[in-house]
Design a protein. Structure first.
Length: 248
């Protein structure tokens, strides 16, 4: 019987720009008495990766464009935040009051270009906004190389036609983000024709049960007991592109 365990690393300090995130996580693993084993995967919240990589922007330093001012008037959002959203977006998909759906420069279709202001700075500090990492797959690869573990970088996404947010993988290294089951038999010997498994997304969603969405302060989770045989591939492979996307 396969058994899966999850543990949120305790006692991680507040992460700031320039911090050695791999060293902080390694220290957390040591405190928890966790020695990496085959089948372990480390899930790291996007927020602390972005913070360590200096992706926090002071809103006082942002000058909104005319386009940002107009979209801010339509949506009721801070024009400076809208300017950051536009700077990260390949295109605006839809907008309504307090929401802008964009195609991110990385290919994700997401709310507000993934830009967040929650849990970024304390109430006594100047307002900041946090952008996604420039290259989440590269960020995951760097952490994986330092820590000797497969790494998934997770973020909270809303989903079309469903309420609520759930953890998804925006970066992955050391494992297959996408597992292609086409050509393999099902339990009755029928050949699978279209089955692709978002393995890294499943891992991110599971870790989200411990990470939470608010004040839990548990941005790193170890999943233990996983198994896979497919070749490694990055989280970028999870994005539907070109003719595969029937909704653009």
């Amino acid at each position: 019987m396969q058994r899966l365990e999850m543990l949120a690393l305790p006692g991680l300090p507040r992460v700031a720009a320039g911090d050695d995130l791999a060293a902080l996580i390694a220290a957390g693993l040591a405190r928890a008495g966790l020695t990496p084993q085959p089948g372990d995967v480390l899930v790291v919240a996007q927020k602390i990766v972005s913070k360590a990589e200096g992706r926090s922007v002071r809103l006082a330093d942002v000058t909104p464009s005319a386009r940002a001012e107009a979209l801010a008037a339509e949506t009721g959002k801070d024009p400076r935040v809208v300017e950051l959203i536009l700077s990260e977006a390949a295109r605006v998909v839809r907008s309504r009051p307090n929401l802008i759906i964009v195609e991110h420069r990385l290919g994700f279709v997401m709310a507000n270009a993934g830009i967040d202001q929650s849990n970024v700075v304390g109430p006594e500090e100047e307002p900041h906004a946090l952008l996604l990492p420039r290259d989440p797959d590269a960020s995951a690869a760097a952490l994986s190389a330092r820590l000797g573990l497969p790494v998934v970088i997770s973020d909270s996404f809303g989903r079309a036609w469903r309420r609520g947010t759930v953890g998804v993988a925006i970066g992955a290294a050391g494992l297959p983000a996408l597992v292609d089951l086409r050509g393999t038999p099902d339990m009755f010997g029928r050949t699978l024709q279209v089955s692709l498994t978002g393995f890294a997304d499943e891992i991110a969603a599971a870790a989200g049960l411990l990470m939470g969405q608010g004040a839990e302060a548990q941005p790193v989770v170890v999943l233990r007991g996983l198994a896979w045989s497919a070749p490694d591939n990055p989280a970028a492979n999870l994005i539907r592109v070109g003719p595969e996307d029937l909704f653009r």
